[in-house]
Design a binder for this molecule. Structure first.
Ligand SMILES: [Zn+2]
Length: 294
């Protein structure tokens, strides 16, 4: 609510107290980086917004495309290009589609935590702890994985989440939109938080190529998206910085979008200065330089 009391409650300081991102060199011979990552929400992308979508079978089928077609096609593409990526998966998706989750694991990709029901971690949300705990439990039981990375469903964060992730053993997060280099979060009590691998908003395919009754958006043609993605990448390479993709199998696993992604990744692979890596690799590189600089 916009009233003088709520306005008076806005702190007069930056929302993110993290220090500036340190400028470490990328691994030799690279001068820039791409964190190649996917968010596997399946149907929980829809039920996380409204549980009654569970009975809307065509709405659910947008998510169901991931297990039937999208994820297998993306895994095939990664294999063809010889790329390893990070897949942030919701616990619900692992429970409902165990064969899909196992196929990602078997292909050698990194598995990250993406909540359980894909609920947005809004401040004071009563489900924050349960979403985290159920997500960890399923990844462990079904896949034998203790994830190091976490991406917030719908890309929202709050202080409670920031400190809980450290307590639960997460070493890196990838949700914030406020930098072009990795940096270290700081908790409200001044203790170190996770390493942040900031998201590049223009690489969220959902915003450019998925439309639905409950998420109506324009769909952009290949030439427009390639132009955005190449410009973002080339300028970032000039800066010696990093980009982070947020790709969804229910969007980028569709034929027209897969063609576009293949062309973009082939372009990225033709850049000799670009390190294409998983979140664990980039966070590990940051941690090594941070320790050496201490
Ligand atoms: Zn998601």
């Amino acid at each position: 609510m916009l009233d003088s009391k709520s306005l008076a409650g806005i702190p007069l300081r930056p929302a993110n107290a993290a220090a500036a991102a340190p400028i470490f060199p990328w691994p030799n011979p690279y001068g820039s980086a791409m964190f190649l990552s996917f968010d596997v929400d399946a149907e929980s992308a829809w039920t996380g917004k409204d549980p009654s979508h569970a009975e809307r079978l065509v709405t659910m089928s947008f998510g169901g495309f991931e297990a039937r077609v999208g994820t297998p096609k993306l895994l095939e593409l990664m294999d063809q290009l010889g790329l390893r990526a990070t897949f942030f998966i919701t616990g619900w998706s692992v429970e409902a589609h165990p064969a899909m989750a196992e196929s990602i694991m078997r292909a050698g990709h990194e598995i990250g935590h993406h909540g359980f029901h894909h609920l947005t971690p809004d401040p004071h949300d009563p489900f924050i702890q349960e979403e985290l705990e159920r997500g960890f439990e399923v990844l462990k039981r079904r896949l034998g994985v203790a994830p190091k990375g976490y991406r917030a469903p719908s890309g929202e964060f709050c202080e409670e989440l920031r400190s809980s992730l450290v307590r639960l053993g997460i070493t890196y997060t990838s949700s914030f939109r406020d930098d072009v280099r990795p940096y270290r979060h700081v908790l409200a009590n001044g203790a170190p938080g996770t390493i942040e691998l900031p998201v590049t908003a223009s690489y969220d395919d959902w915003l450019l190529g998925l439309t639905n009754r409950f998420s109506p958006r324009p769909i952009f043609p290949r030439e427009h998206v390639l132009s955005i993605w190449k410009d973002e990448l080339d300028e970032t390479r000039d800066w010696g910085a990093m980009v982070t993709t947020v790709l969804h199998p229910q969007c980028s696993g569709r034929p027209m979008r897969l063609r576009l992604l293949r062309e973009f990744l082939q372009y990225a692979q033709s850049c000799p200065d670009l390190w294409i890596a998983t979140g664990e690799e980039i966070a590990g590189h940051f941690a090594k330089h941070e320790a050496a600089a201490a």
